[in-house]
Every structure is written in structure tokens, then in C-alpha cells.
Design a protein around this ligand. Structure first.
Ligand code: NAP
Length: 244
């Protein structure tokens, strides 16, 4: 379905990003598996994609670094000749109550989750505009829609991603570049694995489906938004949260 397309998935060394990279690989896109520090895990994701007959390469880039993102996109364009799909998935949490939150924890989360998303769109869209085609999928969060106590920094960053998605969609709509956001609820990954048991139990009881989602379930939705099957959809935020 995605033959001849070049896809970048940021933060794809594990969790949701790794599942998305594998899904896009199965759909026959050439996949750039981005990571910040986990080189072995990123290479492992590439090996799995290749074992299934796909094409993949792991490339390091800290998405919060404006200049590094410019080089990252330039290098991919130079090597592969195009950038068709950009999935902005890289994200972190630094949870804590607002009154006690350090400036560093606020800035770090905004820089990675929101500015990282801006940086990648900023430099990938240049090439998408030239080729008159692009699919951008930003991974937001239900926290950015509903808010969440203890996550002022994170929910602000994800609400920002939603605003960025809607503005970029309007800016690029006439250029055949689609921009949508996916807002997952609780998904079983390393990010949620570290939550204390009582928090996990409270989370499960707040989910109408009474279970955490799987990274592969998010990847199915991203696969749809990255493919021509979604060609009349842009500027949307699609929640994938078990009914929350
Ligand atoms: P995860 O398991 O903690 O993985 C995070 C990924 O982001 C890793 O591959 C990590 O790479 C990468 N990353 C972190 N900082 C980066 C940076 N500055 N530059 C490049 N890559 C960076 O997280 P996850 O649970 O899969 O979450 C993925 C996305 O979904 C995030 O945006 C998260 O906010 C969102 N989300 C998750 C949930 C959930 O319940 N899990 C719910 C809603 C939304 P390294 O390993 O190399 O550091």
C-alpha cells in the first residue's frame, strides 16, 4: 500500500513508535527508525522490519534540537530522494504536581513533545511541498484533550501538539499535505509501565473498556492516516482510548 514511500517515525526504538515503524514497514514503506539514545533497540526494530521483507534504517536525532532536525531531514532527503510520511511520536513525561514542578521539567517536556514536533514538521514540510505530497501524523495524548492532574507540563505539550496539528493542516491543505493527530489513552509501554500499581488500577477503572491499549492498536490507526485510504481527512484529532 505504501510502496515507494519514505516514512520517518520519531522515537521508534520502543513502545508505540516501534509498533508504528513495523506497521509502516509491513505496508511496504521505507522506514527511518529515529531514536535519541537507544541505538541497539532501534537497530533491533530495523532488523525485524527487514526480516519481514521491508527496508529500514536507524538514524539518531534529538528532535528537541532545531539544527539537528534540519540536518536529519536534509540527510534523509539526500539519501532517499523524498520524505512522504512523518510520524511525530517521540515524547517524554516528567510528572509532578504543578506547584512543585521545576522549570527544567516543564521546559524539557515542552521542548521534546511540542518543539520536537514543530522542528520535524518545519524541515520535512519543505521537501513535502516540493514533491506536492505528504502525510504527517502527530502523536498527541488524551491528556492534551482532557488534562490530567500531575501532568501540567505533559498535557500542555500535547494540547500544543493538537493546536499545531490544526494550524499546519490549514496551512498545507491545498498543497496535498495532510496533518492529523492521534490521541492515545493509556497504552501498555515502558512509559506507563513505571506507573505505581494503584495509579494503574485507577486508570483501568476509568477506562470504559477496562484495559490498557496495545501499541499495535495505535499503529493500525497511524497506518490508516499515513495511507491514501485517509485522503479526505486532515486537521483531525482521533482519540484511541478505549472509550475514555
Ligand atoms: P516510550 O516507550 O517511553 O518511548 C519513547 C520514545 O521516544 C523512545 O523511542 C525514545 O528514544 C524517544 N525519544 C525520547 N526523547 C527523544 C528525543 N528528544 N529525540 C528523539 N527521540 C526521543 O513512550 P511511548 O509510551 O511509546 O510513547 C510514544 C508517544 O506516545 C509519546 O509521544 C507519548 O507521549 C505518546 N503517548 C503515550 C501514551 C501511553 O500510554 N504510553 C499515551 C498517550 C500518548 P530513546 O529510547 O532513544 O530515548
Amino acid at each position: 500500500m505504501l510502496e515507494g514511500k519514505v516514512a520517518i517515525v520519531t522515537g521508534a526504538s520502543r513502545g508505540i513508535g516501534a509498533a508504528i515503524a513495523k506497521k509502516l514497514g509491513k505496508l511496504n514503506a521505507t522506514v527511518i527508525v529515529n531514536y535519541q539514545g537507544s541505538v541497539d533497540k532501534a537497530n533491533q526494530v530495523c532488523e525485524e522490519i527487514k526480516a519481514n521483507g521491508g527496508v529500514a534504517e536507524a538514524i539518531q536525532c534529538d528532535v528537541s534540537n532545531f539544527d539537528a532536525c534540519q540536518e536529519f531531514m536534509k540527510d534523509i532527503q539526500k539519501k532517499y530522494g523524498r520524505i512522504d510520511i512523518l510520524v511525530n511520536n517521540a515524547g517524554i513525561t516528567r510528572d509532578g504536581l504543578l506547584m512543585a514542578m521545576s522549570e527544567e521539567d516543564f521546559d524539557k517536556v515542552i521542548d521534546t513533545n511540542l518543539k520536537g514536533c514543530f522542528n520535524c514538521i518545519r524541515f520535512a514540510s519543505r521537501f513535502m511541498l516540493k514533491q506536492k505530497y505528504g502525510k504527517i501524523v502527530n502523536i498527541a495524548s488524551i491528556s492534551g484533550v482532557l488534562g490530567n492532574a500531575g501532568q501540567a507540563n505533559y498535557s500542555a505539550s500535547k494540547a500544543g501538539v493538537i493546536g499545531l496539528t490544526k494550524s499546519a493542516a490549514r496551512e498545507f491543505a491545498a498543497k496535498n499535505i495532510y496533518v492529523n493527530a492521534v490521541a492515545p489513552g493509556f497504552i501498555a509501554t515502558e512509559m506507563t509501565d513505571v506507573l505505581p500499581d494503584n495509579v494503574k488500577e485507577a486508570a483501568v477503572s476509568s477506562i470504559p473498556m477496562k484495559r490498557f491499549g496495545e501499541a499495535s492498536e495505535v499503529a493500525e490507526l497511524v497506518g490508516f492516516l499515513a495511507s491514501p485510504a485517509s485522503d479526505y481527512i486532515t486537521g483531525q484529532v482521533i482519540c484511541i482510548d478505549g472509550g475514555m
